[in-house]
Design a protein around this ligand. Structure first.
Ligand SMILES: [Zn+2]
Length: 291
């Protein structure tokens, strides 16, 4: 009898150790998926396993999360480690690497023209597919990685000029259609920081199915250029921060494509083939049939 009890004890100990190991591995995987860096006082960038940037902006009353990334890990837990303020969540646009973790939040603000795209990507399959394409990694599916509460997320419409009052910090919405019909950027008015999603990346994709014609994107860039006095720094959805003067290169790049003065080269990616042109630091990949 004594031998049997000892064997049971040993077995239970081994099971407990295995469970603890599994828990630690999961915790480690989840926390190492994201990187967090403070860029300015009360402004943080969250790296999404190298695939995209999300930002947390904190005021004295509340905090704003700009974009939700791929949705491959527990973003809510990551944000809670950064700020304890009540959280407002916004999407710059509806692509799966920017709205992927919407399912972890009750309410997300975005432009209604991108509601349908964001909803269509809000499935475990879409999240898993986007994560694998973007990270080139054995990216986890929701069933393996994220164990938190899943919400039937309510999408809330915002438009040009909407202001989020965070307490000593006001974030104003700018509509920037082009990369998607409902693309938005967010201006930290007092600090002249411009959170620009996929509108102002070093390379902007304008060849996807729901991209607007290039001439519409030019109108957006020219609007931005006319308001350069409002912001000094671009904080994009991919890549490091840039001077706001980068917008000038983008305007010249798109103008050069439209008037035929810039050289065009073939461009290939996991999302499809296109043409690409570059001016200064700005490149645009575009569909020659959608100018
Ligand atoms: Zn995008």
């Amino acid at each position: 009898m004594k031998i049997r009890i000892n064997t049971m004890k040993k077995t239970l100990t081994i099971i407990c150790l295995l469970l603890i190991c599994q828990f630690l591995v999961r915790a480690q995987e989840s926390s190492s998926w994201f990187s967090v860096k403070e860029l300015r006082p009360q402004v943080w960038v969250i790296g999404d396993h190298g695939a995209d940037n999300m930002y947390v902006i904190e005021g004295s009353d509340s905090a704003l999360l700009v974009d939700t990334g791929l949705g491959a890990a527990d973003l809510l837990a990551c944000v809670k480690k950064i700020t304890s303020k009540p959280l407002i969540v916004v999407n710059t646009h509806g692509h799966p690497d920017h709205s992927g973790a919407n399912y972890q939040f009750e309410k997300v603000y975005m432009h209604p023209a991108d509601f349908e795209a964001a909803r269509s990507y809000n499935t475990p399959e879409a999240r898993s597919g986007a994560s694998r394409s973007m990270t080139g990694d054995a990216a986890p599916g929701e069933e393996e990685k994220f164990k938190g509460e899943i919400h039937n997320t309510k999408l809330m419409a915002v438009h040009e000029g909407t202001i989020f009052h965070l307490g000593g910090r006001n974030i104003r919405v700018m509509e920037t259609p082009g990369h998607t019909p409902g693309s938005l950027c967010f201006l930290d008015v007092e600090n002249k920081l411009f959170f620009s999603g996929d509108n102002n990346n070093g390379l902007v994709w304008l060849f996807l199915g729901n991209c607007l014609p290039l001439n519409k994107y030019l109108v957006t860039l020219q609007k931005q250029e006319s308001r350069l006095y409002e912001f000094t720094t671009l904080l994009p959805g991919h890549g490091p921060e840039m001077s706001s003067q980068f917008v000038k290169d983008q305007v010249k790049c798109v103008q050069g494509i439209l008037d035929g003065s810039l050289e065009r080269k073939p461009y290939q990616s996991f999302a499809g083939n296109a043409m690409i042109a570059t001016f200064g630091k700005a490149s645009v990949a575009f569909n020659p049939d959608n100018l």
